[in-house]
Ligand binder design. Sequence first.
Ligand SMILES: O=C(O)CCC(=O)C(=O)O
Ligand SMILES: [Fe+2]
Length: 294
Amino acid sequence: MKSNLLRKKLAGLQTWDKIVRLDKYPVTDLKSPVARKLIETGREEMARLGGCEMPDFVTPEAIEALQLESTIMESSAFFKPIVGNPYLTPEDPKLPVDHPNRMTEPTRVGVLAYDQYPRDSLLRRIYEWDPLMNFVGEILGLPAIYRYADPMGGLNLSVMQKGDYLRWHFDQTDFVTSLSIQTSDVGGDFEFVPMTRTETDEKYDDVSKILKGDRQKVKIIKNHPGTLVLFRGRWSIHRVTEVTGARSRLMGLFGFDSKPDVKSSAHLYDIRYGRSSVLEEPPTFEDYERASQK
Ligand SMILES: O=C(O)CCC(=O)C(=O)O
Ligand SMILES: [Fe+2]
C-alpha cells in the first residue's frame, strides 16, 4: 500500500529542518543576513522579470513524500477541457476576430482543491506554515499577507498528464506562489513574457504577436522538483507547454493575497473544480487508495 509507505516517510518529517532547506532558505529568521540577502535578490528579480525562482526550497525527502501523496490523490483531480482567450473572460463578439480577446486556445489541466487535501498532507502543512507565507510577503514587499479565505481555492494541485496544455493567459490575481513537485519527462515548461502589459497599457499588438508564435521575448522556467516560484501573472502573459511524456507534471499552487477574506466566485468553482459544495471533511490517503482500487 502506497499510503503505508507515505506514513513512514511523513513520520521522518516531523521538524521543519527536515522539510525545508533552512540552511539555504532560513525563513524562520527573516532578520538573518542570509534571509535579508534572499529577500533583496528576490525583490530585484520580481521588479525586473515579474517572477522569482528559488531552487531546492524543500529537501529531497520532502519531495519524495510530496510526489507520493500527490500520486495517491492524482486520479481524483477534476479535468474540464475548455477553449478560452488569454484574459480568462468570455469573448467579446463586437471586437474584430484578430483582437487578442477573440484569440482562443484549448486548455486541459486537472485540479485538486484545498478541501480534498488530507489533514496530514505535507503540501497542506507547507501551505499552512506561517514562515513561508511571511517570507513570500517580504519578497513581494507587502505590508501584510493572508491565505485565501477559500475552502477550495486556498491550496490547489495542478495535474498535467500526457497531452495536457495550459494556454497563454494573464492571471486574475496579483501573484501566484507555486512549488514544483514533479516534472514531466518532456514538455510541461513554464513560459512567460516579462511585463507584457501594464496597468495603463494592454499592449494588444504585443499580445497578439505572442499568441501568433512570436518567441522573441519568451523566457522559460524548467521548474525542477522542489523549486518555489513567485510570479506576478497579472502583468506577464504565461503558459505551460504541452506535456508529451508519460509522467505527470505536478505543481502545488498556494493562494496568498495582500487582502484578507479573498474568495473564489461560484463561476470559478464550477469551471475549476466542477462542483459548488465544499467537502465537510477531507478524505484520508486511505480513502483515496480505496477509491482508485475500485
Ligand atoms: O502550473 C503552472 O506552472 C502555472 C499555473 C498557472 O499559470 C495558473 O494556474 O494560473
Ligand atoms: Fe496563470
